[in-house]
Structures are given as structure tokens and as C-alpha cells.
Design a binder for this molecule. Structure first.
Ligand SMILES: *[C@@H]1O[C@H](CO)[C@@H](O)[C@H](O)[C@H]1NC(C)=O
Ligand SMILES: *[C@@H]1O[C@H](CO)[C@@H](O)[C@H](O)[C@H]1NC(C)=O
Ligand SMILES: *[C@@H]1O[C@H](CO)[C@@H](O)[C@H](O)[C@H]1NC(C)=O
Length: 715
């Protein structure tokens, strides 16, 4: 018997009893209680029945919708598929663009090699290698060319799809990058040596020693030469750079030069990746290294951040590359974690073997670390990343001084030599240490006190031991610390400190233009998108705009990503980031498809963060969307909430202010296979026109940004 009929019958029965009662004697207290109880029970039953009935109707409704959804699925997917051709167009456009650029470069004959052509780049390198007498200035000039070559290759590695470059080419480009990095650093060493030979010609009248600072946008070269060996000149501050040092007494009396070579690029960390058991370790690097053990931080580089991560996380890398295969690579991601972990464990094992400092040294390091550091001392570069480049701090052997500038012949052979400094004990029994003060690089942001790490050439890793007594002056933008020996040093920051996002929003801002806002933990980042370019419009930290050197410049989404990461604003999770950021996992399928379809609709719709995304479970993503034709036309309460599992979209009745998560459908809404059809159902024809007409480059840029920030997985 259906519930409703049961209820009606029960009612009839109840009124019958009541009637009987009313003409009987007065109701006793007990009877009254009994009657009330019965009535309450009945009411409860009735409510339950109504609920069940509603549920039944809703289920019926859902079944109907489901059937409709199934019936329309094929045609919806076909329509989506034809829209998605825009991604392929974008990919083709970019391939053509790169070919065109290559051709134009060829025609321009500007004297710089094409780094993808082995003969050209090898000739370039060998000619430069043969150039013996260079001074620092000349190397700095060449540096710009080299950095641009490296950058070209790095972007190509990031952007090109597998159809465009083969694995072999990939390895080859990677190798060329490393060689260029090595060569650049080698050139700085050679030029340093050339300078040291004639240092006495430039002695400072006040101290009798020689010191100088040379700098450009990417490098600061500081050198101090101890010509007079007087104990009272054991410390020096390079005024133009803000770096300084204080030597232990023994060194202050020696024939020594101190060099602080700050590169804003980081060509050192890629070695860590290389050492992770990836198949790229080639001879050329290790050979040069053997000659200058101190200099293991060979090499130049800058987007090396990219270079570094890329090999370690194939999935992340692929995510970067174009177009449609990204969904697949995201999917694979979930399985990658294990691989990465494995590699890491291996590395740790390796480093145990490799990193065998002498016992003395070891003891010294232990002591210096002095309890400050309980954490593991080898840095996990997936967790902490160098920000602001690398400081190569070295003590160098002073070569015999040229008596006469013409007398080059006797000076030519010897290469740069590291001063063999081993720390002694001071009179009071404490270890003698070198004290270093570094001015923090401009144009980067440290959201917290940076971690100081030194490069360990043997283990090919950054380590935090061996550095003590760290004083960080955020206001003065300086950091001071002591080291038992001379090291290559970097200032590290938690790679994930700006994750998870607190909010994000993407909305149209004109024809093929959009604005993407990400509210991260410490910063709010606004990015304008136009066609194939994007531009940082602002980064706000504590209500203050920062990074003015990047803001306002149009660049490719990849370049912007590289620039932000380099500046310490990392809002670009890697494949492994879920290990470090406490966010609920999301199925890659739902996530990637959502990005694709949002991008396709981004010309006329706004999308934004919903707090319910975290509650919807791993298989589904939840976000807000609304039509957005002109700025200011949309109000906050125009948002609707959508849930998407990659296969099926639904419009939720829920709002951001609802009490609890519920999957109930918005009235009169239906299931759809695509976000496109879902939004179309209630959109104006003007909006859908805009969507059809949206340029493929804009769509692709939006997609690249969504994929790079992964706002649905990290918020
Ligand atoms: C600095 O490095 C960037 C690439 O990292 C390059 O584009 C720029 O030209 C370099 N500038 C100089 C002066 O070397
Ligand atoms: C993950 O890897 C395991 C072992 O290689 C494999 O059996 C499984 O199918 C993979 N899962 C996914 C989602 O690819
Ligand atoms: C630590 O720094 C303080 C002040 O900068 C200095 O006086 C002290 O000698 C340093 N200690 C060591 C072990 O270098």
C-alpha cells in the first residue's frame, strides 16, 4: 500500500477514535498522555512518509534526467569535440610560430647560434673556450647571450609537444644547457684568475689591498685581494653590493683572495636533479669539476628552476606542454608519486655513500650546526627552493703578480686555484669561522626567513649543516652567518608556502581578454590574459604591490610562470606538490576536463573558487560560474555552483553560505555531459556567440594558466 494512502486511512481512524472519545466521559490524565503520544507518533510517521515520498519523486526525477543525459551524451560530446579543435589550432599555431622564429633568426645572421643546431652551438662554445684572455667585463657581455640561449632551450623543452621534439632532442637540449652553464661559470673562473694576476696594479691606497665590484642585471662579481696581509684588514664590505665578510685571523695573514660571485640564476640546483638517477649525467661536467672542486656550483642558469623540476617530474613537465594530452598526463600523475619517492630514497642512499667528509670536517659540521637544525640536513629541492640565485663564495690562491702588463707569457698556464683553507682553532678553543653578510637580492620576495644552505659538491645536494649563527634582518634585507669553510650558498624558501589557494577567480575582460586572480597564502596575484600572452598586473603582499620589475610586461604563460617562480612567488604546483600541501586529492580526469572546458567558455563566463570543492570528494570538483558579458554586469549573487566529475556536470542548489554540503540539483536544472551545455542551458545567446567566436590563442592561454596553477586541486 503506498504511503500516502496509508496516511489517509490512519487519519480516518484517528478521527474516529477522537469522536468516540468526545462523547464519552471526561478523558483521564493517563488517557490524555496516551492520546498525545499516539498523535506525536502519527505525526512523525506522516512526516517520514512525506519525506520518503519527496525522495521517491526526486529519484524519479533524477532517473528521468539521467535518461535524458544518456540520450544526449553522444551529441553533446560531439559538439564539445568540435569546440575543442581550438586547442589543436593553438598548438599548430605555436609550432608554426616557433618555426617562423627559427627561420627569422636564421635570416637575421645576428651572430648568435641556434642552440637547437648542434654544429652551431658547438662551434659557439668551442670558439669561446679558446678565447683565453677575457676579463670579467667581456664574460659579462657574453653572459647575456649565453643566458638567452639557455632560456630558449628551456622554454622549448617546456612548451614543445612530443610530436615537435623527440626524446633524443630533449636529451640533447638538456645536455647543451648544462654545457653552457658549465662554460659560463668556467669563464668567470678564468676571468677571475686573469684579474688576480694583475691585482697589485689596482691596490687601494687606503688599505693596500685590492677590491672591486662589477655587476649587471644577472650577476654581481665581488673580489677582495689580500695584498698586504694585515690582520687589521681581515674584514671587508663590498659597498656597491652590500655583501661582506670577516676572515679568521689565519686567513687574514695569507696570500688569499675572497670572491663573492652572486648569480641571479641558479645553475647549481639542476645538478641535484641530475644526480637523482636520471640518465643525463655526462662526462663533460664531471671532468671540469674535478679540476675545481670548490666550484661544483658550476654553471649558469635561471629558469633552471624549470629545468630542474622538469626532469624530476615528467608529469608536471607534460602538463606544461601543449594541449590535449595534458589530461592524460595529469591522470598519470597520481601514479608518479611513488616513482618520485623512490628516486628520492635512492638519492638519500647515494648521498650517504658519496657524502663522506673527513671525520674532522664532519665533527666540525656537527658542532657548527649546533642543535639549530634538527631537520634532515640534506635539502629536498622539491620542498625548499633557492630564491634569488646562488652565491659562490670562495677563498682563492693568489697567483704570482705580473710585474709588467706585457709579460703575459709567464702567467698563462695556471688556472684558478682554491685556497686550501682548513679551519683551525682560535686561542679560546672555538672553531674559527668565516663570517659572511649577504644583502638579499632585490626583485625577489622572501615570505619568511630564508633557509641558508651550502652546496655539497660530493653529494650533489644543498645542505644546511656547516652554517651557523644565522641572523636574518628582514628590514635591512640582509643575512649574516658563519661557515667553517668557503661554500657556494643559496637562500632557500619553502616551495609551497603560498599553497593552498584561499580563493581564485577568472573572468572575461574584453574580446579575447581575461583576468585571473589568485589569492594565495601570502600574496594576491592578478594576471591579465590577452591572446597568447599574459601579464602580471599585480602581486600584493600585505596590501603592498611588489615585483614591479615583472608587472606590466606581456609574456607567454610559460615565461610568466618562470618569472614568478624565480621571484619567489610560486603558485605553480608540481606533480609531487600534493605531498607537501594538505589538500584533499582530486581525480585528475575531472580536474583537467574542467580546465579545458572552463577555458573554452572563458570568453563569456566567469569562474571562481567554491568552498564546497573540498567537500565534494576526490572524484568531483565544485566551482562557481556565471555569465559575465561586461565588467560590473554580474553581481555576487549571480553565481551558480557546479559539480563536475569529468563525465557529468550538475548545477547544485547549494550556495556558498549553505550550512552543509548537498548534492541536490538546482530546480529545473538537468545533467549535462559538458560544462559547455550546462552553461548554455541558461545563458544568453550573446554569451554563447562570444564563446563560439573566442580566439583559440586566448582559450589556450587560459587553459595553460589553469593547468599551471591547478586551482581546483590546490584550493
Ligand atoms: C639576464 O638574464 C635573462 C634571462 O635569464 C636575460 O633575458 C637577460 O638578457 C639577461 N640580462 C643580462 C644583462 O645579462
Ligand atoms: C599505477 O601503477 C601500478 C603499478 O605500476 C599499476 O598497476 C596501476 O594500474 C597504476 N595506476 C594508474 C592509475 O595508472
Ligand atoms: C655569532 O655571531 C655573533 C654576533 O654576530 C658573534 O659575536 C659570534 O662570535 C658568532 N659566533 C660564531 C660561532 O661565529
Amino acid at each position: 500500500m503506498p504511503n500516502c494512502i496509508k496516511i489517509i486511512l490512519t487519519f480516518a481512524f484517528l478521527s474516529l477514535i477522537a469522536n468516540v472519545k468526545s462523547d464519552g466521559k471526561k478523558e483521564s490524565k493517563k488517557e490524555k498522555e496516551k492520546r498525545l503520544k499516539a498523535e506525536a507518533l502519527l505525526r512523525a510517521q506522516q512526516e517520514e512518509a512525506e519525506r520518503l515520498e519527496r525522495e521517491r519523486l526526486y529519484q524519479e526525477h533524477l532517473e528521468k534526467l539521467e535518461a535524458k543525459y544518456q540520450g544526449e551524451r553522444e551529441s553533446e560530446l560531439a559538439e564539445l569535440n568540435s569546440l575543442e579543435q581550438k586547442f589543436l589550432s593553438a598548438q599548430q599555431w605555436k609550432i608554426n610560430y616557433r618555426e617562423q622564429a627559427k627561420w627569422e633568426h636564421y635570416l637575421s645572421c645576428d651572430g648568435t647560434p641556434d642552440p637547437t643546431v648542434p654544429q652551431e652551438i658547438n662551434t659557439f662554445m668551442s670558439l669561446w673556450r679558446d678565447d683565453q684572455d677575457e676579463d670579467i667585463q667581456l664574460v659579462m657581455e657574453k653572459e647575456e647571450v649565453v643566458l638567452n640561449l639557455i632560456e630558449k632551450l628551456e622554454f622549448l623543452l617546456l612548451e614543445a609537444s612530443p610530436e615537435e621534439i623527440t626524446d633524443k632532442q630533449r636529451d640533447q637540449y638538456q645536455e647543451v644547457i648544462l654545457q653552457l652553464q658549465d662554460l659560463l661559470h668556467q669563464k668567470y673562473n678564468d676571468a677571475t684568475q686573469n684579474l688576480l694576476k694583475i691585482a697589485s696594479m689596482y691596490e687601494d691606497s687606503e688599505t693596500g689591498n685590492m677590491h672591486t665590484v662589477l655587476k649587471d642585471e644577472n650577476i654581481t662579481f665581488c673580489i677582495w685581494v689580500n695584498l698586504k696581509k694585515k690582520a687589521r684588514f681581515k674584514s671587508h664590505v663590498f659597498q656597491e653590493a652590500g655583501h661582506g665578510f670577516e676572515l679568521p685571523k689565519a686567513l687574514a695573514l695569507s696570500s688569499v683572495a675572497v670572491r663573492v660571485l652572486h648569480t641571479r640564476y641558479d645553475h647549481v640546483s639542476p645538478r641535484w636533479v641530475q644526480c637523482q638517477g636520471l640518465p643525463r649525467q655526462e662526462a663533460s661536467y664531471s671532468l671540469e669539476l674535478a679540476e675545481h672542486p670548490e666550484d661544483t656550483g658550476q654553471g649558469p642558469g635561471e629558469e633552471e628552476e624549470e629545468g630542474r623540476e622538469e626532469p624530476s617530474t615528467p608529469a608536471a613537465e607534460e602538463m606544461g606542454s601543449n594541449g590535449r594530452k595534458s589530461a592524460a598526463s595529469l591522470k598519470e600523475n597520481s601514479n608518479n608519486t611513488a616513482d618520485i619517492k623512490e628516486t628520492k630514497e635512492e638519492t638519500e642512499k647515494n648521498s650517504d655513500i658519496l657524502d663522506v667528509p673527513s671525520q674532522e670536517e664532519d665533527a666540525l659540521l656537527q658542532e657548527e650546526a649546533g642543535g639549530r637544525e634538527e631537520a634532515p640536513k640534506a635539502v629536498d629541492l622539491q620542498q625548499l627552493v633557492p630564491v634569488g640565485g646562488v652565491f659562490h663564495i670562495s677563498a682563492l690562491q693568489l697567483p704570482p703578480q705580473a710585474q709588467d702588463v706585457g709579460d703575459w707569457s709567464m702567467l698563462l698556464d695556471a688556472g684558478l686555484e682554491v685556497y686550501p683553507y682548513s679551519p683551525g682553532e682560535a686561542e679560546d678553543g672555538t672553531q674559527e669561522a668565516v663570517q659572511i653578510t649577504l644583502r638579499l637580492p632585490d626583485n625577489v620576495i622572501y615570505f619568511q626567513a630564508p633557509v641558508v644552505a651550502r652546496w655539497d659538491p660530493a653529494g650533489q645536494q644543498w645542505r644546511t649543516d656547516g652554517i651557523s649563527n644565522i641572523t636574518y634582518e628582514a628590514e635591512e634585507k640582509s643575512i649574516t652567518f658563519s661557515m667553517g669553510a668557503f661554500y657556494t650558498v643559496a637562500l632557500l624558501q619553502d616551495a609551497h608556502l603560498n599553497l593552498p589557494y584561499q580563493a581564485w577567480e577568472l573572468h572575461p575582460a574584453g574580446v579575447d581578454e581575461g583576468l585571473f586572480t589568485v589569492t594565495a597564502v601570502f600574496a594576491t596575484i592578478q594576471i591579465q590574459i590577452k591572446d597568447d600572452q599574459c601579464m602580471l598586473s599585480s602581486v600584493v603582499v600585505e596590501e603592498e604591490e611588489v615585483l614591479s620589475h615583472i608587472a606590466g610586461k606581456w609574456m607567454s604563460p610559460f615565461a610568466l610562470r618562470a618569472a614568478l617562480k624565480r621571484a619567489g612567488v610560486n603558485i605553480f604546483p608540481a606533480g609531487y606538490s600534493s605531498k607537501y600541501v594538505p589538500v584533499p586529492r582530486k581525480a585528475a580526469l575531472a580536474e583537467a576536463k574542467a580546465y579545458e572546458q572552463m577555458a573554452l567558455l572563458a570568453a563569456a563566463f566567469a569562474f571562481a573558487h567554491s568552498k564546497w570543492n573540498g567537500e565534494a570528494g576526490p572524484e568531483r570538483v565544485v566551482f562557481k560560474a556565471r555569465e559575465h558579458l561586461t565588467a560590473g554586469s554580474a553581481k555576487d549573487n549571480d553565481w551558480s555552483l557546479f559539480m563536475f566529475d569529468g563525465e557529468k556536470v550538475q548545477n547544485l542548489k547549494l550556495t556558498e553560505t549553505s550550512e552543509a554540503f548537498s548534492e541536490e540539483l538546482e530546480e529545473e536544472s538537468e545533467f549535462h555531459s559538458t560544462l559547455y551545455h550546462m552553461l548554455k542551458a541558461s545563458a544568453s545567446s550573446e554569451a554563447m556567440d562570444k564563446v563560439e567566436r573566442a580566439g583559440f590563442l586566448f582559450i589556450d592561454s587560459v587553459y595553460q594558466l589553469l593547468l599551471a596553477t591547478r586551482v581546483l586541486a590546490y584550493s
